[in-house]
Design a protein. Sequence first.
Length: 286
Amino acid sequence: MQQTILCFIPVKAQQKVAAILCLVFLTLSVPGFGQTAEELVHNGIMRSAAGDHAGAITYFSRAVAIDSDFAEAWVLKARSEYLLSNFTGAIADLNRATDIDPEFSEAYILRGRARDAIGDHLKAIEDYQAVLDINPAFAEAYILTGRSKYSLSRYEEAIRNLDMAIQINPAYAEVYLLRGLARDALGRYHEAIEDYSAAIEINEGYAEAWYKRGVSRYLLDDIRGAIDDFTMATTIDPGLAGAWYNRGLAMKRIGKAKEACADWREAAALGSPDAMVALDELCHQR
């Protein structure tokens, strides 16, 4: 008969073994265990570059747990939170960063963006102004300020901020588009067209600029010009429902009802409620 040989380990020895095993499992289960704050940040950046923002946050969190005055780690953590749409979490992290380093421009910019994302445009403007106090030639801060003021319907102020951005760097197509939108909102359609044309000159593939210029031309009764712009917009981006819908309006204006209904069908397929109404009321179909 085969005998089973039992190996008895003293209780104190068992406790030591258990402690060692616990330490091993802890080391394996905690990302970045035993690394410096700088090494943890490096690993977090690698995770973020791979698109794993939640994983990146784990590394950045461990970095600031080791060194709570590591401002860059707080900003990087906030950036990952922002990319995961956790805007309030990002703002909390950026508050820590600006407390540590009151001249950390990137922290104010990101906090402003996060505040804009939750609709707190006034606080966002304060953040962008803090950046301009540090660096008056920071074009992005003027652009973001202009965008926030546009969201608050403060169009004249937005235009002044965007003027400053263009003086610093005239190569941003998006800035001309935004200034054009502000001018449109004020009924200054000719000036808006100039801005959209400048955006197109910088980037011929900018579908939104073609579309918005078409709207301004339509409002000035340049219907043929509007149709040309809407056509370019839909050629560049066939998913731009507004361009299809507005080209339909323009086609209707020049008596091309069949073409108008075809455009509204395209817009309706893309989810445009206005196009659905037009199909029902003017084309007697959905």
